[in-house]
Design a protein around this ligand. Structure first.
Ligand SMILES: NC(=O)CC[C@H](N)C(=O)O
Length: 311
């Protein structure tokens, strides 16, 4: 792998930024530059290669759902978490209201759609929202090696102000017993987690952590970490890109998670961590150029999980 190679992949896919738009249902997200495009790759051997607009910060949005899930699984065990949230891909938009009532016994279909992630947030341990949030930040800090994990206040306020769809999902889940804690607190934690600032290289480090089975600088910090990571990767593979997950699974074949700010975090097992930013998103809510870059990275570096690797 080298810089030139990655630059070529980035440039080859640049025109796809014109096939998307920045998210505007959270008004503050609309101000991102739709032409921005960057890739960072981290390998287990310690190489870090960044190309394009990698230094720009953006919010994690739905990529935080993966970290959220791992913390909740470590806190409660998988049985407890999956007694409230399903394991199936949805085939519907990430904020679908209808499927919550009509599918899977009132359980949100999986932890990576909005309803599922709000339910998972309610299970994170802590005295109050601040402590819950700080526990997730501490974990993120260990993974990324960044001392300060910060929240983008403008985006957070914008999310809260316009988050009525998420509120309706959460209150519905309270009525069916999926959420049995304070709904507003679960939502507040969810909004905060979505508003955490990151760069491409932070995403690549999260990807590397997952790709190496949950190791942080060669160490496993919790005995249940490998299991939690295995769960997260499985759900990323089947549901990480919402109703574009099947196509991405077939074409790129890499466990990945997208967010509406245009980030994609990907974790081809044992290979590398990948962070991509491209704020112009397609109709499914995924970075328009980002998904194409993921496909190209997969074919360039043989990353598809079902591609026969040379022995
Ligand atoms: N797909 C996403 O990134 C959605 C996250 C966003 N904060 C929302 O709740 O709608």
């Amino acid at each position: 792998m080298n810089v030139k190679n990655l630059e070529e992949i980035l440039n080859r896919n640049r025109s796809y930024t014109n096939q998307g738009e920045t998210a505007n249902y959270i008004p503050e997200l609309a101000y991102a530059n739709p032409q921005q495009l960057g890739i960072t790759v981290c390998t287990p051997r310690g190489e870090v290669i960044s190309v394009g607009d990698c230094e720009v910060e953006f919010t994690m949005q739905s990529i935080s759902k993966v970290v959220n899930l791992i913390v909740a699984v470590l806190d409660n065990g998988p049985e407890q978490v999956f007694s409230k949230v399903g394991m199936e891909s949805s085939g519907e938009p990430f904020n679908s209201v209808a499927e919550l009532e009509t599918k899977a016994e009132n359980k949100p279909l999986n932890p990576l759609i909005n309803a599922g992630a709000i339910a998972v947030s309610s299970m994170i341990k802590g005295r109050d929202v601040e402590e819950q949030f700080q526990r997730v930040c501490t974990f993120l800090s260990k993974i990324t090696g960044k001392e300060n994990i910060t929240l983008n206040e403008r985006i957070y306020e914008s999310e809260k102000l316009t988050g009525d769809r998420n509120r309706s999902l959460a209150y519905f889940m309270k009525s069916t017993g999926v959420i049995d804690t304070n709904v507003e607190e679960a939502l507040d934690l969810y909004f905060r987690l979505c508003s955490i600032s990151v760069t491409c290289s932070d995403l690549a480090k999260i990807g590397l952590f997952l790709s190496t089975g949950g190791k942080i600088q060669g160490e496993i910090l919790h005995k249940n970490m490998p299991k939690a990571v295995q769960i997260a990767l499985s759900i990323m593979l089947t549901a990480g890109l919402y109703n574009e997950s099947g196509e991405t699974m077939m074409k790129a074949g890499i466990p990945a998670k997208s967010g509406v700010s245009g980030g994609i975090m990907a974790a081809p097992p044992n290979e590398m961590g990948i962070g991509i930013i491209g704020p112009a998103i397609n109709s499914k809510g995924n970075s328009a150029a980002g998904v194409k870059i993921l496909e190209d990275l997969s074919s360039e570096y043989n990353l598809h999980v079902f591609k026969k690797k040379p022995v």
